[in-house]
Design a protein around this ligand. Structure first.
Ligand code: SAM
Length: 283
């Protein structure tokens, strides 16, 4: 008998992966957590029936969520990750020797434990001495900090369920306060193609642009996310992602990457017209 994982991308569109076996199928206090083994994508993690990452294409998401802001401020020292329980974002960040401290705040300890056991390729650096894990709601954690972080990465689930609060004005306002004057906020910004997602994207973008003077959007191709076209938000107090790109400092780090490079950095901010129109609507 064949086993298939199927995800509804819209009520009339489904995406399926042939599965060899199911390794995890549990409900935590917050969400339904599954890990599957597949031939095409290796192991993959889903939360509440939505794809979080696969072993084969996660490098695209994690490189783009980390190296884009780090190439704009390669001297960032204090980093906060909200979500990110699989550890992929931490894995990319610890490659920067200049980073002194990484606080990772995931609401669900069970996701982290499961990833440590079943997804070592992403969770492998969670034990780095600079990484401090906190198991609580990111919305609550970020309240009350001032000038505490140079970079905040919101590596969250979608804006429903436990991730909902991470797309609110209150959250973005507290991130603004928690950031240093040179601080950067990067968040996963959903996909622009399907209406239910693009709606969430324009709403998030509208809220961010009300708070941050610099607010840009960049893109990547991620095969296993709905429509394969994924956006990230880049917001900051004064660093522009293109004119402040520090190509020399980033090249000198000599990091090997499989997706990110400095030409792609600039290209990723060049958006298709229909996406520009959606962002214009966010005004
Ligand atoms: N790359 C993924 C994506 O965009 O599909 C995100 C993966 S990561 C596993 C998402 C993490 O966000 C999960 O581990 C989840 O527990 C965490 N999360 C969801 N809501 C949260 C909240 N309010 N505070 C902190 N972490 C949260």
């Amino acid at each position: 008998m064949e086993l298939w994982y199927t995800e509804e991308h819209t009520p009339t569109v489904r995406f399926s992966i042939k599965v060899e076996s199911q390794l995890v199928n549990v409900r935590s206090q917050f969400q339904h957590i599954c890990v599957f083994e597949s031939e095409e994508f290796g192991r993959f993690l889903t939360l509440d029936g939505l794809m979080m990452l696969t072993e084969r294409d996660e490098f695209i998401y994690h490189e783009m969520i980390v190296h884009v802001p780090m190439a704009v401020n390669p001297s960032a020292r204090r980093v906060l990750i909200i979500g990110g329980g699989d550890g992929g974002t931490v894995r990319e960040l610890v490659r920067y020797q200049g980073i002194e401290r990484i606080d990772m705040v995931d609401i669900d300890e069970m996701v982290v434990n499961i990833c440590r056991e079943h997804l070592p390729s992403t969770s492998c650096q969670l034990g780095d001495h600079r990484v401090h894990l906190h198991f609580e709601d990111g919305l609550r954690f970020v309240r009350g900090f001032e000038n505490a972080y140079d970079l905040i990465i919101v590596d969250s689930t979608d804006p429903f369920g436990p991730g909902e609060g991470l797309f609110t004005r209150e959250f973005y306002g507290n991130c603004f306060k928690a950031l240093s004057p040179d601080g950067i906020l990067v968040n996963q910004h959903e996909n622009p193609y399907y209406e239910s997602y693009s709606h969430a994207m324009t709403r998030a973008h509208r809220r961010i642009r009300e708070i941050f003077p610099i607010h840009r959007v960049y893109q990547a191709h991620i095969p296993t996310y709905p429509s394969g076209h994924w956006l990230f938000g880049f917001a900051s107090k004064r660093r522009d992602p293109l004119s402040d790109l520090d190509s020399t400092a980033w090249s000198n780090l000599k990091l090997t990457t499989r997706y990110y490079n400095l030409n792609l950095h600039t290209g990723a901010f060049m958006l298709p017209n229909y996406v520009l129109e959606l962002l214009e609507d966010a005004k």
